[in-house]
Design a protein around this ligand. Sequence first.
Ligand code: PHE
Length: 341
Amino acid sequence: MKETLEQIRREALAALEGAGSAQELETLRVQYLGKKGELTAVLKQMGKLSPEERPVMGQLANEVREALTASLARRQQELEAAGLEARLAAEAVDVTIPGRRPALGHKHPMSIALDELKEIFIGMGFQIAEGPEVELAEYNFTKLNTDEGHPAREWGDTFYMREDSSLLLRTQTSPMQVRTMEQQRPPIRVIAPGRVYRKDEVDATHSPMFHQVEGLVVDRGITMADLKGTLNTFVEALYGKGTKTRFRPHHFPFTEPSCEVDVQCHACGGAGCRVCKGEGWIELLGAGMVHPKVLQGVGIDTEIYSGFAFGIGVERMAMRRFSITDLRLIFENDMRFLSQF
Ligand code: PHE
């Protein structure tokens, strides 16, 4: 019996040492220490021993059981530790690896140009107004001293929304002059940026949809000098101190007198080149003193108040600002183009 016990101890300890998993350990535990295990089987033989041998063998059997139990517990711990170690290694996060930069978008060149422009006028004390793109002909034309029969109301140029020509896509932001004055008494200082629509064929300088920024100032004693001072300040803020402007007489139904404002060509300094088509000047905006009929139409006393208005073509401004030579690029949304801004 002594040999059997020693043999069990040797074999079992070796087997436990070599166990590679919790499952293997459990199998060994059942095999040696379980109810039907090898050690238990030996203990069941104890009754057959002589009274002298019994305590000796009993003690040896206990020693073997303790040795196996201890070895089993140790191996179990080792395996658990190794398992944890392996999991930590597998799940390790290398915090030193550079992160993946998320693809952040940025402002469209038109938004950049518009924001710059707004910033300049806000700095001069203007407020920002917004109005509908689907507009009544009443506001787009009639209240702007452009009566029925005026060539500007031609079907060929305007996107009308009704047979009777009463509703349309606004052809200019100027209706915002009227809408502002109907809601606000002088002093008024507003700009109204937004989309406008005209039946133009698409080419390098034309689009059926483009942007304007309308400006309106109404107060006591406003003169052409205020108009020139404000617009020169705007042009210098946009294109730099000393940028020259030219005020040319023009006609708009809703301003009197009216003018167009040109900026000296940035590319050639006025000598004439490809950018300014040999002119030396580039047209920037239309402007004028608000026509008395327009003021009277909204119930503003022209004996007390006067005002000026202007309308800036934003695409033209942005094209010059970013040296863009084809208007279509602005609206095509080609990433190769847009990502340059
Ligand atoms: N609305 C005019 C245009 O579309 C521009 C303008 C605005 C002219 C305000 C005078 C005053 O061309």
